[in-house]
Design a protein around this ligand. Sequence first.
Ligand SMILES: Nc1nc2c(ncn2[C@@H]2O[C@H](COP(=O)(O)OP(=O)(O)OP(=O)(O)O)[C@@H](O)[C@H]2O)c(=O)[nH]1
Ligand SMILES: [Mg+2]
Length: 302
Amino acid sequence: MSSPGAPAAGYRSGFAALVGRPNVGKSTLLNALIGQKLSIVTPRPQTTRHRILGVLTLPQAQICFVDTPGLHAQAGRALNKAMNRTAATALADADLAVLVVEAGRWNNEDELALERIREGGRAAVVAVNKVDQVRPRERLLPYLQELAARHAFLALVPVSALKETNIGDLRDTIATHLPLSPPLFPDGELTDRGPAFRIAELIREKLTLELNQEVPYGIAVEVERLQEQDGQLQVDAAIWVDREGQKAIVIGAGGARLKRVGRSARLALNGILGRRLHLNLWVKVRENWADNARALKELGLE
Ligand SMILES: Nc1nc2c(ncn2[C@@H]2O[C@H](COP(=O)(O)OP(=O)(O)OP(=O)(O)O)[C@@H](O)[C@H]2O)c(=O)[nH]1
Ligand SMILES: [Mg+2]
């Protein structure tokens, strides 16, 4: 949609949804594309649970990237269903789909993600991520040919989100395929998520990294109080577990684990929010919250 108010002739702006199966690197890619840590990243699949907007404003285009939960097949729990729904909605609302895949890999969940794109009739670019893991590089060629044969993608762009390889190329390719439009967000606006969300997510990231495989998927974090006091942000956050037995695991011997999580979250947040904060963490039990529609809603998971 062009408008007489557009800042420059040919300016483009629109939503580009990063979709794909869990763990392919969508969130790492979002952060690399916007040059800031906005989405949380862990080695575990199903890390992202929300739609996360990251706006990049360039001289000729404004790209509104949307990070999404990984589309996955085993959607038994209410939480899994909500995550898949969130990703599908973000895709439906986008101007352009960016299918993120892992170089050299294609499985039924990649197929599921491509199926979603086909159903919605979205134009799609494919970002072939983690190319740093492919050596020698020529080994990538047959994979790219296979991808091109699967779907009429607008473009195939090999990248490494981790090493920040070819990110500019992907960014420019995406911008080229957005509609003609003046910017949708004011210059300088990064996201529609406030500090409470970003704090809760960062705590969940540190907790997930600390817990490894011990408490699978049963954790949610909720900021209950966020208050300015004596030049510091005072934060009370609840860590919800879905079974009584998990409480002790999260707290750790003598509270050591919870202390480590609090410390690393605080240090990361000091940098990200550019200010000091005081973090109080509590562990609370809500039996089977991930199967409970009302609990999900209260935690902002629809
Ligand atoms: N080697 C390599 N690893 C990467 C790259 N991009 C992401 N990773 C790693 O892949 C893992 C998953 O990354 P995420 O960004 O959380 O993946 P995601 O697709 O957002 O995952 P979900 O939110 O669970 O759907 C992390 O351990 C990342 O460090 C890359 O370009 N190269
Ligand atoms: Mg993610």
